[in-house]
Design a protein around this ligand. Structure first.
Ligand code: HPA
Length: 272
């Protein structure tokens, strides 16, 4: 099966197992699974049951696809994503985005945990992505392009939808949530960065750095979806004395910020 056929096959399996026709797709990052609390679940499908889906391996990432509603809006939600550092191909990492689009989702909302490279940031800050810098060693659109999925040379002048960004800022203001806006740099990981790398990432224009999101955003834009993404700053790279970072601390900081994130995502989804 080629990619187009695989997407169609997977989408028809999901349609056979769920009555939800999603308007939006949601992909939750490390420690941010609590966001599923705001979802009224209509059907739940384990990743390992879904044909062509890779299986999630990282602690803190549960592997299931949830379909249901947030407010009055139908959504499909990935609780846990596939990371390039786990060894998956870029096609596998971004495959669920293709499937979401095939199910009907016109908007993709993503969250992630990220390290702060902006010296003005604090742990626990929320950052709305206004742009990104792709530093992954492989591009998700490398290879033969299937025009049925999107154009050979996709425009990237507005990767993150301005209207959704403005709406998220308004929702944050109304709920007394402080949000920052910035540029996310996506790297393959799985090491956190060295002190010199954090400084370099800041010097090239990054406010935050992480190991996800960028591949999924590229594929969503390729397929014509609108995108909104938000980071929780879980650690700080630019410090006077280097501070050790652990995955557990990342999860803890992300968990602590999850309710604020949920509030903004719920507001956005309800407005779609
Ligand atoms: N670097 C890369 N990925 C991350 C970080 C970081 O500092 N924090 C959470 N994910």
């Amino acid at each position: 099966m080629n990619l187009f056929e695989k997407i169609a096959h997977t989408a028809s399996f999901i349609k056979a197992n769920s009555n939800t026709i999603p308007k939006a797709g949601i992909i939750l990052g490390s420690g941010l699974g609590g966001l599923t609390d705001i979802l009224k679940v209509e059907s739940e499908i384990s990743y390992d049951e879904i044909p062509n889906f890779p299986v999630s391996t990282v602690k803190g990432h549960s592997g299931k696809l949830l379909l249901g509603t947030i407010g009055d809006t139908s959504v499909v939600l990935m609780a846990g994503r596939f990371h390039y550092y786990e060894g998956y191909s870029m096609e596998a990492v971004t495959f669920p985005v293709r499937v979401m689009k095939a199910l009907g989702a016109e908007t993709l909302i993503l969250s992630n945990a990220a390290g702060g490279t902006n010296p003005g940031f604090a742990i626990g800050d929320l950052m709305i992505l206004k742009d990104h810098i792709n530093q992954f060693p492989e591009h998700p659109l490398r290879g033969t392009n299937d025009e049925r999925l999107g154009p050979r040379f996709p425009d990237m002048s507005e990767p993150y939808d301005h209207e959704l960004i403005n709406l998220a800022k308004k929702i944050a203001r109304e709920n007394n949530i402080v949000v920052r806006t910035g540029v996310y740099i996506g790297l393959q990981g799985p090491t956190f960065e060295t002190p010199a790398e954090y400084k370099w990432l800041h010097a090239i224009g990054g406010d935050a750095v992480g190991m996800s999101t960028v591949p999924e955003v590229i594929v969503a834009r390729h397929s014509g979806m609108k995108v909104f993404a938000m980071s929780v700053i879980t650690d700080l790279g630019i410090t006077d004395v280097p501070v050790k970072i652990t995955h557990e601390e990342v999860l803890e900081a992300a968990n602590a910020a999850a309710p604020k994130m949920a509030c903004i995502v719920a507001g956005l989804i309800s407005a779609l």
